[in-house]
Design a binder for this molecule. Structure first.
Ligand code: ZN
Length: 373
């Protein structure tokens, strides 16, 4: 499985300047290559290489691999459309391959080619990246965002051997509790809810100021502030999604279970009308697709089987007697057997049951029961 590790570099000020110069020189070379491609109507890798490799190498003093990557970047850019001449920003990302970059995880440094020669630059690495970097293979993109330097490193992670499983842990994703599993455990800290409520009220008051008669500069400032708030919310929800998915996968792994998730095309359509507006605002914009992705790849990394089940009736069926019941907000009542329980827990138990009924294809970690793929 191909995954990308996002590595934050910690260059010294001189190293940072060096990276800027390298990025800018490489993009200048790309512009020169683009010019040659455009003039000669030569948009193929081999043809452009033949035409431009030596003159560009001579002119820009870049390493051979840099030029080769540059030619690939230009050819790639013309693939979409050959009717507009391509230009590249001086800070556009550039690709490094293993000949001009190497990672040294024990020392948390990366050895990277620059126009001042090879540099050994420190990087910040979390647990997740450390694990991924062991499988680093192929290209890395060097990019600069708001003065911070990152490497996006391609990692080819081997699939863990999947072990035999005893049963299935069903997971219901919902808006009030972000996730509820079939054991009845809920994955929503009240802190998250409080945090988002507070954010929402700040957002509302800023919005109100923006709507009131305000000068141009005030509008500009509030717009900036709103953007900052949403960025911060995004970071927070990503961290929370990482935490929830990690806990779910660990739980399944330690109890020798697989995980069943609903195919959630319509989580919003399904859940939103049930909720009062106040509740809706708290989580309706939650990045559920990201949460599902995180569960999927963490499960695969850990060798935990994951099955995607069709969502039909899982929220409306009674898990005890399989009759249709009533769901109102967070509570579920069955008119047939009298079962009365938490709606999401009931849903998660149904999902687990559907997941357990699936016949797994051999040697596969991920199985989509919906499309049988
Ligand atoms: Zn029932």
């Amino acid at each position: 499985m191909k995954l990308t590790a996002k590595i934050k570099l910690l260059p010294t000020p001189e190293q940072a300047q060096n990276l800027i110069d390298t990025l800018s020189r490489a993009n200048q070379a790309c512009n020169a290559l683009s010019e040659i491609a455009w003039e000669n109507k030569q948009f193929k890798q081999f043809g452009l290489h033949k035409l431009a490799y030596y003159p560009i190498k001579e002119q820009f003093g870049l390493s051979a691999q840099m030029i080769v990557r540059g030619i690939a970047k230009v050819v790639d850019a013309y693939k979409l459309d050959k009717k507009t001449k391509r230009e590249f920003r001086p800070t556009g990302a550039i690709a490094y391959d293993s000949r001009i970059i190497s990672y040294k995880p024990p020392r948390k440094t990366v050895s990277i080619w620059t126009i001042q020669g090879r540099q050994s630059i420190r990087y910040a690495g979390g647990e997740h990246n450390e694990a991924l970097l062991k499988f680093q293979q192929g290209e890395s993109d060097l990019l600069c965002r708001k003065g911070k330097w990152f490497l996006l490193a391609t990692c080819d992670v081997p699939d863990e051997q999947t072990s035999e499983i005893n049963s299935i842990l069903g997971v219901d994703l919902g808006i009030v509790d972000l996730a509820t599993d079939s054991d009845g455990q809920r994955f929503t800290g009240s802190e998250i809810r409080k945090y988002r409520k507070k954010r929402a009220s700040i957002r509302a008051s800023v919005q109100a100021k923006k709507n009131a008669k305000a000068s141009k500069s005030t509008i500009k400032n509030t717009r900036r502030l709103l953007k900052r708030i949403s960025k911060k919310e995004q970071t927070t929800s990503t961290i929370i999604n990482h935490t929830i998915s990690k806990r779910l996968v660990k739980k399944a792994q330690s109890s020798v279970r697989g995980i069943a998730l609903e195919n959630l095309k319509g989580i919003r359509d399904r859940t939103v009308p049930r909720l009062r507006k106040k509740q809706r605002n708290e989580h309706s914009s939650w990045p559920f697709s990201q949460l599902r992705q995180f569960i999927a790849y963490k499960a695969q990394l850990a060798g935990v089987r994951l099955v995607i089940v069709p969502p039909a009736y899982t929220s409306k069926t009674c898990h005890e007697c399989h009759h249709l019941g009533h769901r109102s907000g967070k509570s579920f009542t069955c008119t047939n057997c009298g079962n009365c329980s938490d709606a999401d827990h009931n849903g998660a138990q149904n999902i687990a049951a559907v997941g357990a009924s699936v016949t797994w294809p051999e040697n596969s970690t991920l199985y989509c029961a919906l499309h049988r793929c």
